[in-house]
Design a protein around this ligand. Sequence first.
Ligand SMILES: O=C(O)[C@H](O)[C@@H](O)[C@H](O)[C@H](O)COP(=O)(O)O
Length: 249
Amino acid sequence: MTAAGQPKLIVEADAEALARTAAERVMARIAANPGRSAICLTGGSSPKKLYQLLGSEAWRGRIPWDRVHWFIGDERFVPESDPLNNMAVARATFLDSDAPPGHVHPIPTTAEDPDASAAAYARELQAFYGADRLDPARPLFDVVLMGAGPDGHTASLFPGYAEIEETRRWVVGVAKANVAPFVPRVSLTLPILASCREMLFEIAGHDKRPILTRLLNGENLPALRARSNGETVWLVDRAALPEEIRGRR
Ligand SMILES: O=C(O)[C@H](O)[C@@H](O)[C@H](O)[C@H](O)COP(=O)(O)O
């Protein structure tokens, strides 16, 4: 985990400390980009503490809302009114109070199917970026937030699924998830997620220990294959660490 190009592992005492470090890193990337900043959010339970922090009185005032745009790396193909909708969680927790509406870019789930929704979001990302080819010298996102599922998926890129190998399309529809909730998904692909200054994984809690152990052992799972063209950071808490590593820290 220390060789060049490898994810950098940062261990925090607990999920609260992890969320604070994640918030500081997001803020540092926004501050380092004096222009229009783009943050790619994620879903599931892992980012909730971070979102709550960013929505708190102390942190809200630190965010330059007028120059930050908020995207999402994957979505469950359910209406925004459904509690399973990833962007709806981010909106309710921190975006709705301060983000200008035009700066929040949800994956549309009103299209006829996940493929149509994926195509629409690809067009939106390309319009924002100003090109349909990514220039390695000009990343699409400042930060891409990620989580790791129990099967090693990340975003909605599941192990063994064809979508993980996609190199051409920016966004793909995924007919059925490998883990609950078993609803269709829409996901950005690895090359698009890689187009960022920092990819930041949040992996916390005892339940994550089995999958973190597999990832640290180098299993070729989507969460290990997802890498930034810039920096990749795995923020983990002690509860998620395998026993033998925990004893050494
Ligand atoms: O829509 C989703 O479910 C996600 O974006 C997904 O990739 C998530 O990050 C992992 O499954 C981890 O999920 P938890 O954070 O709930 O463990």
